[in-house]
Design a protein around this ligand. Structure first.
Ligand SMILES: [Zn+2]
Length: 344
């Protein structure tokens, strides 16, 4: 179905645990590449040979579409755009970040360290993670967005129209591209078959607050995607998704169960995000510290929003407490309207 639509997946290696990243070549006019892969010689080699197998070279590319700010997807932008002269289309709000990747990545790391500290992550863990993150930064790169996109606008190619759908959550800049005529959604990391996308507590794109309420944003975005009559969802990693609705419902169930579990931990007397992440995952690798804090705090945001938990600054720490004596299984649907399957 994808191939008939002139869509070809190019699986480009990354240095990350997630494995290869899916970039998509759209054989249309302009000749379009969705995401480029991380900035490394090996990735560039494989991108070139993948394009060559399809009868194209990097020089032939005319438009590059960026799905979000993570380096496994955008690191090669500078090299590929310079060699091809292709336009770079990305969410307008993401353009300043892409223009000065190094500085923004540093700010992002500093905020992540601050968020971890406030949630009780020991300083040595946060500092170690910061240096891991710095060492990965070479896989990123800056680029000039020549075609800033707005949520809801159309990217017009000769044989298709792609609707720009800003769907924050996994990152603040997650952008999907919807081909309504073919019922195909290019979803990048917004929805992945075998991995529940981490809603990372990132810096908001406008730098307005210390962190995003990533899980709440993400659930809102998933609800919008759930409503789409998509027949095929093409992800940034792994296999295509043929049935997105049950997959999204499964994720909503996971968030509900996890929020109930975390509520139980708060009720049992744990007060910091770090204590809770240790209780759930034990002593995890340093590289996982930010992911697990993002998971826990994301679910705490959900509980705070529903009024079951309060969040208070206590000196340098954020502490959580329950507001009443409800049991974890009495919280009701924390994702209202998100999961009709639960009512059956
Ligand atoms: Zn990714």
């Amino acid at each position: 179905m994808a191939e008939e639509a002139g869509l070809h997946v190019l699986q480009i290696p990354t240095p990350f645990a997630v494995g290869r990243v899916n970039c998509y070549l759209i054989e249309d006019s302009p000749l379009t590449l969705v995401d480029v892969g991380p900035n490394s010689g090996k990735s560039l080699d494989e991108l070139e040979s993948g394009l060559r197998d399809l009868g194209h070279g990097i020089e032939d590319l005319e438009l590059i579409i960026v799905t979000h700010q993570h380096i496994d997807h955008m690191g090669l932008l500078e090299i590929v755009s310079r060699r091809s002269g292709a336009e770079i289309a990305a969410l307008g709000k993401l353009a300043p970040y892409l223009a000065r990747f190094e500085e923004d990545a540093e700010l992002e790391d500093q905020r992540a360290t601050a968020v971890m500290g406030k949630n009780g992550v020991p300083e040595d863990v946060a500092t170690a993670l910061q240096s891991v993150s710095r060492s990965f930064r070479a896989w990123g790169g800056s680029a000039t967005v020549t075609r800033p996109l707005e949520d809801g606008e159309m990217v017009e190619l000769e044989q298709r129209r792609l609707e720009v759908q800003h769907r924050p959550g996994h990152s603040p800049s997650d952008t999907c591209f919807w081909d309504e005529d073919r019922s195909i959604l290019l979803a990048a990391d917004h929805l992945i078959a075998k991995i529940s996308s981490n809603p990372l507590l990132s810096r908001p794109l406008d730098g307005s607050a210390e962190r995003t309420r990533a899980l709440i944003d993400y659930i809102g975005s998933l609800k919008q995607t759930r409503d789409l009559p998509a027949e095929l969802v093409l992800s940034g990693h792994g296999e295509p998704i043929l049935d997105h609705v049950p997959l999204i419902d499964e994720r909503f169930n996971l968030y509900q169960r996890r929020a109930e579990k975390i509520y139980g931990l708060v009720k049992g007397g744990l007060s910091t995000g770090y204590e809770m992440s240790q209780e759930i995952w034990g002593n995890i690798a340093v590289t996982q510290a930010f992911l697990t804090i993002s998971e826990v705090v994301g679910h705490l945001d959900l509980l705070v929003e529903a009024g079951f938990v309060t969040e208070d600054e206590d000196g340098d720490l954020i502490r959580y407490a329950v507001t009443g004596d409800a049991e974890p299984d009495e919280l009701g649907d924390l994702i209202p309207g998100g999961n009709p399957a639960r009512e059956e």
